[in-house]
Design a protein around this ligand. Structure first.
Ligand code: ADP
Ligand code: MG
Length: 697
């Protein structure tokens, strides 16, 4: 490729325009792209390819296609046609072509001086003055220069790093680095994919005739090889993090304590088979000297709280403390109330810690945690603030764990106090993760699934109703309330550019006033995030005690709130909510024995995608199924904790599409870790370099 080296660099005037910026910042810019070592450049694969291997005679150019022509510059002038622009006429034996530049540099003009021979590439279109290309790539042709034999890669880049520079740098890496296999041949035999060297070299420079479109869609064995190696790196590093955790020691919290048995006896219900199974899994983990890292996954209403309480009892019975952290004050307070009701009669000392406590109360709670006089501490984020130390923490429980970042979840455990032992960690979540995502996400977690609802639950009937039919809905509310049922009336934040808190307040209060005026005979309550905590508690207490018929609320009730007598929910502007959020909201009802209804009021006109989304909710009551279909509509990016779970480190693989590759990668990862630990480490290093540390949490 010697012949094109210099020409190319001069050639792509547009992409290279920023390249004259100060040299010293280039390194910083590259670092932002994750490009420092040779291997980073090798794995910096093209986004797409352009075919400069052929020249089309000008009279055979087709508008709409991306094509290359070659000719001599006939004219070159700057014109003002509405906008200042550079117009260049190029001709070959068959015809003439106009090139149009709205952004250009003096160097662009020089390259296209009259009489020069150039190859130009770009989307052809029919203009008033015949065929033209706006902002073509320009390649000055030297005497006797032949056409390239390979497709030209186009790389992801950032301002100030030009395509030509990247290509040269990557060529150099391809020349200097020997692309050896990091996966041992013995394991590689099984996977049926091309050698890594071929995949990397060919993707950077596919031969003439290669299917540029298919490649850009990341189809085919070359890409599969790349994705496989990427997934392998991810699997190995997650497994490594897990192994490192296993080297730390945790307090052994003996199973079968008397307190646990007494709590079982005091419960007003029998545990479901699923709850019993999960309890046994946790019980066994807690008794081991290795810190547990377990997630309980169970759809809303499946009864995760009691399982957490039983785990806490095991810790307390063994002479250690337990802490339970919840993402909202309402939920933390509800847990505190419920768990205190179960455990206090058994002599357990339970403390409550939230950010909005009075200073003296907060100090007292902190003190009780620090001197061990509190055995169970329930609270919000306040639990992980600096002032909090636990005397002897055996078990940290994080409810609705996806509401917290990785760092926050781990911080609760790091407050352990005493001994160098690492407390066990139990996380609860109702937000389901599709299996494909789970396989990555869970590589460093054990998962217990509560896949059964307590008996007697009735499925919630969901209805989609246009906002124009609000009257019928009010009628239904009236009828329900007359029979003693309670109602949630949920409204979203109004996104009218105000700051969130005022918007929330206005939306909720407006709804409250309007609805109350229409149903004067009912008792109303209002609940939103801006209420003082004492008032929130009071409203929830009154609702739970059936002193309120209709609770107008924002999404503060989304997580965990439990009032079985509430059997109707009306959601305003349902199309503005995410599916997972609606499913969570809907989980507030259907908790008692009465049939429950969820009415999703939508505003008209409803777009087709919005309708398709809401229909999912109407068709399915299964959180997993909803998540799976939501994933198909939205892509995986937004799922719980996904951002911090190693998933973002995947640049090429797609967890939904590449599930079979993921399975193969997981198997090879296990074998490599078992038999070739050094190669495994080298493989991770090659793929993740300095980014590997993000994975070790
Ligand atoms: P979630 O899993 O959504 O956190 P909760 O723990 O809040 O669910 O439980 C929902 C409701 O079901 C609570 O009122 C709880 O007391 C009740 N519950 C939990 N387990 C059972 C059971 N085995 N039988 C009957 N009711 C149960
Ligand atoms: Mg819950």
């Amino acid at each position: 490729m010697k012949s094109t080296g210099r020409g190319r660099k001069a050639g792509s005037a547009r992409q290279d325009s920023g390249n004259d910026s100060p040299r010293e910042s280039t390194r910083a810019r590259l670092a932002r792209l994750g490009l420092t070592r040779d291997w980073d450049f090798l794995l910096h694969l093209p986004l797409r390819w352009i075919d400069e291997t052929q020249v089309t005679p000008i009279d055979r150019l087709v508008p709409g296609a991306e094509q290359q022509a070659e000719g001599e510059v006939l004219a070159n002038e700057i014109a003002i046609r509405g906008r200042r622009q550079l117009l260049v006429r190029v001709a070959d034996a068959s015809g003439e072509l106009l090139l149009r530049f709205f952004h250009f540099y003096p160097s662009t003009r020089q390259q296209l001086a009259v009489g020069r021979r150039v190859r130009v590439y770009g989307p052809v279109r029919g203009g008033l003055m015949g065929l033209e290309i706006v902002h073509p790539r320009v390649h000055p042709v030297r005497e006797g220069e032949t056409l390239p034999q390979r497709l030209t890669p186009v790389y992801p880049t950032t301002e100030g790093i030009g395509q030509a520079w990247l290509r040269t740098r990557i060529e150099r890496a391809l020349r200097d680095v020997e692309i050896s296999e990091s996966v041992p041949a013995e394991l590689l035999g099984d996977i049926g994919l091309p050698p890594l060297r071929d995949a990397i070299a060919t993707l950077h420079r596919p031969p003439q005739g290669a299917d540029a479109t298919g490649l850009a869609q990341r189809h085919g064995p070359l890409w599969e090889r790349i994705k496989f190696d990427e997934l392998l790196a991810q699997q190995i590093s997650l497994r490594t993090a897990r192994a490192r955790r296993a080297e730390r020691s945790a307090p052994e919290l003996a199973a079968g304590g008397e307190l646990v048995a007494r709590l079982h006896g005091a419960l007003p219900f029998e545990l479901t088979a699923a709850q019993q199974r999960v309890c046994r899994e946790i019980e066994a983990d807690l008794a081991r000297a290795v810190p547990m890292q377990r997630l309980i996954q169970g759809d809303v209403g499946s009864g995760k709280t009691v399982v957490a309480a039983l785990a806490a009892a095991q810790s307390i019975a063994a002479g250690f403390q337990a802490a339970l952290m919840a993402p909202t004050e309402i939920l933390a307070e509800q847990h505190f109330g419920r768990i205190a009701q179960w455990l206090c009669p058994l002599g357990v000392r339970v403390a409550w810690l939230a950010g909005k406590l009075k200073a003296a109360e907060k100090r007292a709670a902190q003190q009780a945690a620090a001197d061990g006089s509190a055995q169970l501490i329930v609270g919000t984020h306040a639990l992980i603030q600096d002032a909090v130390e636990f005397a002897k923490l055996g078990l940290a429980i994080v409810d609705e764990q996806h509401r917290f970042g990785v760092a926050q979840r781990l911080r609760l455990r790091s407050r352990a106090g005493a001994a160098e032992r690492t407390p066990h960690l139990l996380m609860l979540s109702a937000t389901p993760i599709p299996r494909t995502l789970a396989m990555s996400y869970y590589a460093d977690l054990d998962v217990s699934v509560i896949d059964e609802l307590p008996p007697g639950r009735q499925p919630v009937v969901t209805k989609l109703v246009a906002a124009g039919r609000r009257d019928e809905v009010l009628e239904r509310v009236r009828a329900k309330a007359a029979r003693g049922a309670q109602v949630y009336w949920v409204c979203p934040l109004v996104d009218d550019g105000e700051d969130e808190s005022t918007a929330e307040l206005t939306a909720a209060t407006r709804m409250f006033d309007e609805t109350r005026a229409l149903l004067p005979e009912l008792r109303f309550g209002l609940l939103h995030g801006q209420l003082p905590p004492a008032e929130k508690t009071e409203v929830m207490r009154r609702f739970a005690a059936s002193e309120i018929d209709v609770l107008v609320a924002t999404t503060v009730i989304e997580v965990g709130v439990d009032v079985p007598n509430a059997t109707l929910m009306v959601v305003e502007h349902a199309q503005r909510f995410g599916l997972a959020q609606l499913h969570q909201l809907r989980g507030r009802i259907g908790r008692g024995t009465e049939k429950s209804f969820c009415v999703l009021l939508y505003d008209e006109p409803l777009s087709e995608p919005a309708r398709a989304r809401l229909k999912i909710l109407y068709e399915s009551a299964d959180g997993f199924e909803i998540a799976r279909r939501d994933l198909q509509l939205r892509g995986p990016g937004e799922f719980l904790g996904a951002r911090q779970s190693g998933v973002p480190l995947l640049r090429f693989a797609d967890l939904e599409r590449d599930v079979d590759l993921l399975e193969r990668a997981r198997d090879v990862a296990l074998k490599m870790l078992a038999s070739y630990p050094e190669q495994a480490a080298a493989h991770v290093q090659r793929w993740l370099g300095t980014r590997a540390e993000y994975l070790v949490a």
